[in-house]
Design a binder for this molecule. Structure first.
Ligand code: PEP
Ligand code: MN
Length: 344
């Protein structure tokens, strides 16, 4: 249920209603909007609860939440959420550009990439230190050494660091270095991991699993939000279909569909979404045109020798072209790609 407070309800009335929700055995989730405050009351819906809450001072009405996801839904919070992490802002009028290698391979590779993507206008650096690989015989990442390299790249360029955490037991370690914790496609439904990143309080980039519906993606986000962490970005990174001309199929209708249901920002990954360098820029432009709040793109100094995902990584020059073209599309849509040389 949502307890909608009256415009001008006092802080005391709001605090009182939060207590009332709690005393009914429901979990209160206050959202302080610009117009008014609403309190999402999460738990089993009962008619007598609704009636009892409705009589509270300062309460306008109590309405059921129709969507299966609650805190993520527009019913609870109609204003778009802007997720901020250092140099990165994603959501509403901010288009964030996250770029960098699939894996952190060495200090020189990561620093060179960080400098190049910053010069091209990226607003955050991506790079995996813990890699979830399909084969246990593939490169698994530099782990803590990789995190140290990412921190050094942030130190030099000022770019916020987005990096994946693959296990609940690593959350504290990764959170010490990262600005944004990435939950990879393979872990979208690892619910204990979702709760742990929720608890960490760090902004989270939650990738869609290749076989998950968008409702399942939103319910996964709900696990993080329910830990009191409001800073969740959803990421469309492609799904598995019968089509084999691309690594995954990138359904860009996800962007407007999600925008019609959730206040959370939507990031698109055209690298994993296509799996081919020569398709990435076109799909990045299409994602911006579809209203994406951000992009996450793989870039490597020498894709041919990359230890992971070289076939879908852009060179520095190709990334620069992508940025120019996305600026043009954003401009045509009356939107803007966030600048990286202005403090946000
Ligand atoms: C990645 O970003 O490098 C990655 C492993 O992505 P995904 O989880 O979407 O496969
Ligand atoms: Mn990758």
């Amino acid at each position: 249920m949502i307890v909608v407070m009256k415009r001008g309800a006092t802080p005391e009335q709001i605090a009182h209603m939060i207590e009332r929700v709690e005393s009914l055995g429901l979990k209160p989730h206050p959202i302080y909007g610009t117009e008014r405050t609403v309190i999402a009351a999460i738990g089993e819906k009962r008619d007598e609860h609704r009636q009892s809450l409705e009589s509270g001072a300062g309460v306008e009405e109590v309405v059921p939440i129709l969507a299966p996801y609650k805190v993520a839904s527009l019913e609870v919070k109609p204003e778009p959420t802007v997720v901020r992490a250092g140099s990165l802002a994603v959501g509403d009028s901010h288009i964030g550009m996250i770029a960098g290698p699939c894996s952190v391979e060495s200090e020189s590779q990561t620093l060179a990439t960080a400098r190049a993507v910053k010069a091209a206008g990226a607003t955050a650096l991506r790079g995996g230190a813990f890699k979830p690989r399909t084969s246990p015989y593939s490169f698994q990442g530099l782990k803590e050494k990789g995190l140290e390299i990412l921190a050094a790249a942030r130190e030099e360029t000022g770019l916020a660091v987005v990096t994946e955490v693959i296990a609940e037991t690593d959350v504290a370690l990764v959170a010490r270095y990262a600005d944004v914790l990435q939950i990879g496609a393979r872990n979208m439904q690892n619910y204990r991991l979702l709760e742990a990143v929720g608890e960490s309080g760090k902004p989270v980039l939650l990738k869609r699993a290749p076989a998950a519906t968008l409702d399942e993606l939103l319910l996964a986000a709900e696990y993080i939000l329910n830990m009191g962490n409001p800073n969740v970005m959803l990421c469309e990174r492609g799904i598995r279909t019968f089509e084999a001309h691309t690594r995954f199929t990138l359904p860009l209708a996800s962007v407007p569909w999600l925008h019609q249901r959730t206040h959370l920002p939507v990031v698109v990954d055209p690298s994993h979404g296509t799996g081919h360098t020569n398709l990435v820029t076109a799909m990045a432009m299409a994602a911006v045109a579809a209203g994406a709040d951000g992009l996450i793109v793989e870039v490597h100094p020498d894709p041919e020798t990359a230890l992971s995902d070289g076939y879908q990584s852009l060179t520095f020059e190709q990334f620069e072209t992508l940025m120019h073209r996305c600026h043009a599309i954003a401009g045509a849509m009356g939107r803007q790609i966030a600048s990286n040389d202005r403090p946000l």
